[in-house]
Write a protein of this length. Structure first.
Lengths: 94, 354
């Protein structure tokens, strides 16, 4: 699905964390992003959405959110538990 | 008469007439239906699969809207893993390889693992695995899945502490042979759980048990048990289980899980017990026959894939490459075949991923 170029990572997160089949996962992600399912594989749409939401991109101008910062936003956006994020936040709290 | 260029299961290029193409597809589907006691492909599905092979392009793709995600057994690490085997000779680290996979190749998930890709050696180098995982997971945005192979066979002599059951089967000492397999499975289970707990401590986002069942039903039994262990000891950590082959070999024959005998299970049955054990993503493996055509092998795979996808509510990914998933048994996958296999597995087999 193109990973961080589009929304493939977001759909994958739903498969791994909520056991969603592909169509259910796509519908869920589209709903959370207020998009059509067809937008999820549209690089132009997703580039803008990912920049606005701060969930990582492959465009250098939008590189400010990557890695654990992007995943933290992904977890909140999709309302899922990402263990690396939970552990990082736990460490920040001391 | 149109000739269709395709390949055989050993990777050799062949040409088929339309009639031969269709004959192989039907034969492959019927073989899967007979062995798995499942429905064969319908006439419409057979026609569509034939069309896929007759598409003129060297590569083909799914129709818009049918895209699926990919998971892997170390594909993200291929540039860096080339170094130990002197394959690629590219001076690149695991960190760089995975970030390239995420940001250049567009992988939806990325697999991290140890070059000696079995859980037994990973346990011995757990510090390496922990530090690698922790560092790389701080950098990645896509799900970072730690993968390795349970490989129960490594626990037998000479690589492991358990005597080989084969030595006792040959003497008709079946009780001893069964007991040895169960011991190996329990040791494997312990090692996999130990690795899982260690990685969970550093924030592991998901685990992959790759080639589960490779040493037969005791191997599969051990894997199912360790999935339950992981779910209990590592709350919320997703587990992907990729199978080793299409049928669970009955090297033991008597082991059950949830009341179901494991020996002889085909993918649609394997997925059901895996789902019950708590597996989050299930990977189907269907073996390619090197003496048959790729259309035959792919038709078999798609038939099993469809039945498996219908049997469970969890996502099902098709393992495809190097002799499974319709693909020829070659080190370098021909893209004419890999893209046709992917298209068929998704559009006919209803795969949720590859």
């Amino acid at each position: 699905m193109g990973g961080v170029r589009t929304a493939g990572d977001l759909v994958a997160w739903m498969q791994f964390t909520r056991k969603m089949k592909i169509d259910t996962a796509k519908a869920y992600v589209a709903d959370r992003l207020n998009l059509k399912v067809s937008d999820l594989t549209d690089e132009t749409v997703m580039n803008q959405v990912r920049a606005e939401k701060g969930i990582g991109s492959v465009i250098p101008d939008h590189i400010e959110y990557t890695g654990i910062a992007a995943k933290t936003k992904v977890a909140r956006l999709l309302d899922i538990k990402i263990h690396s994020v939970d552990l990082y936040e736990q460490h920040l709290r001391g | 008469m149109k000739e269709i260029t395709t390949s055989r299961g050993d990777g050799v290029r062949i040409t088929l007439s339309e009639e031969e193409l269709r004959r192989d597809i039907v034969a492959g589907s019927e073989d899967a239906a007979r062995k798995g006691k499942i429905d064969p492909l319908s006439e419409a599905e057979i026609d569509y699969l034939a069309e896929i092979f007759m598409l003129p392009g060297r590569t083909v793709s799914v129709e818009p809207g049918r895209e699926v995600v990919v998971s892997d057994d170390g594909a993200a690490l291929m540039p860096s893993w080339g170094r130990p085997s002197a394959g690629h000779a590219i001076p690149i680290s695991d960190h760089q390889a995975i970030l390239m996979y995420e940001r250049v190749y567009g992988g939806d998930t990325a697999g991290l693992g140890f070059p000696d890709y079995s859980y037994k050696p990973v346990k011995s180098t757990i510090g390496y695995a922990r530090s690698h995982y922790k560092t790389i997971s701080m950098l990645t945005t896509v799900p970072l899945v730690y993968g390795s192979q349970p490989n129960m066979g490594m626990y037998y002599h000479p690589t492991g502490p358990v005597e080989s059951p084969s030595d006792y089967f040959s003497k008709y000492e079946f009780d001893k042979a069964w007991a040895l397999q169960e011991e190996a499975a329990e040791r494997m289970r312990g090692d996999v759980l130990d690795v899982a707990e260690n990685l969970y401590e550093v924030g592991c986002e998901a685990m992959n048990l790759d080639t589960s069942g490779s040493a037969g039903d005791a191997d599969f039994w051990g894997c199912l048990n360790v999935v339950e262990d992981i779910k209990e000891q590592c709350p919320g950590m997703p587990v992907e289980m990729g199978m080793a082959g299409e049928m669970i070999m009955g090297m033991h024959g008597k082991l059950t899980h949830g009341g179901e005998r494991l020996a002889g299970m085909y993918p649609h049955q394997q997925a059901v017990v895996a789902e019950k054990a708590g597996v989050d993503v299930f990977g189907v493996a269907v073996n390619s026959n090197t003496g048959k055509s790729t259309p035959y092998n792919l038709a078999r795979t798609v038939t099993f894939m469809k039945a498996t996808s219908d049997a469970v509510s969890i996502p099902v990914h098709a393992n495809s490459g190097m002799g499974v998933g319709g693909m020829p048994m070659t080190l370098l996958p021909p893209i004419t075949d890999s893209t046709r296999c992917a298209k068929a597995l998704v559009e006919i087999g209803k795969a949720d991923g590859l």
